[in-house]
Ligand binder design. Structure first.
Ligand code: SF4
Ligand code: SF4
Length: 153
């Protein structure tokens, strides 16, 4: 059954934004010490990143093809009018979870799962949604809920 984090979200929204950013950052760093993305790959196989024009130029350059060919081969426009990959899992994800365009990967891939970003308060709902995909975010929420229940938030 899906966990009910409504009390936690209420509490998080009352915390000073900078304090909350630091709390998330500490938990983010701690969880990424335990979880290796190469053992997971769930975001690359299940979530499509939004791909910006700058990403397209960088990726086409990496693959040594024209941007028009890159778009035609790999991308489609989604319901929000953004470029996303035509198919998922991501065409650049290998069987061992390595990304073959890692150095040139989209900005959204670099920033996922966003739990180390500033003003985390503005993306709490997105972070909660990411608990369904990313084990790091799931563990962060589990730890935050424990802190809340113990009156330590
Ligand atoms: S481009 Fe690389 S990091 Fe981004 S979704 Fe694809 S495999 Fe993952
Ligand atoms: S879902 Fe989270 S832990 Fe898994 S590969 Fe993506 S960022 Fe890493």
């Amino acid at each position: 059954m899906e966990k009910d984090y409504s009390e936690l979200l209420k509490k998080l929204r009352k915390i000073n934004p900078k304090t909350l950013d630091q709390t998330f950052l500490d938990l983010h760093n701690s969880e990424f010490e335990k979880i290796d993305c190469l053992d997971c790959g769930k975001c690359c196989s299940g979530l499509g990143p939004r791909i910006t024009d700058t990403d397209i130029e960088r990726l086409a350059d990496h693959l040594k093809i024209k941007t028009s060919v890159f778009i035609q081969t790999y991308l489609r426009i989604d319901e929000d009018n953004d470029y996303v990959f035509k198919s998922m899992p991501c065409p650049f994800l290998m069987d061992d979870n390595f990304c073959i365009v890692y150095k040139s990967r989209p900005k959204a891939c670099r920033e996922y799962p966003h739990t180390n970003q500033k003003n985390i308060k503005s993306i709490l709902n997105l972070s909660l949604k990411n608990t369904e995909t990313c084990p790091v975010v799931e563990n962060i929420f589990i730890r935050l809920e424990k802190l809340r229940a113990a009156g330590k938030l």
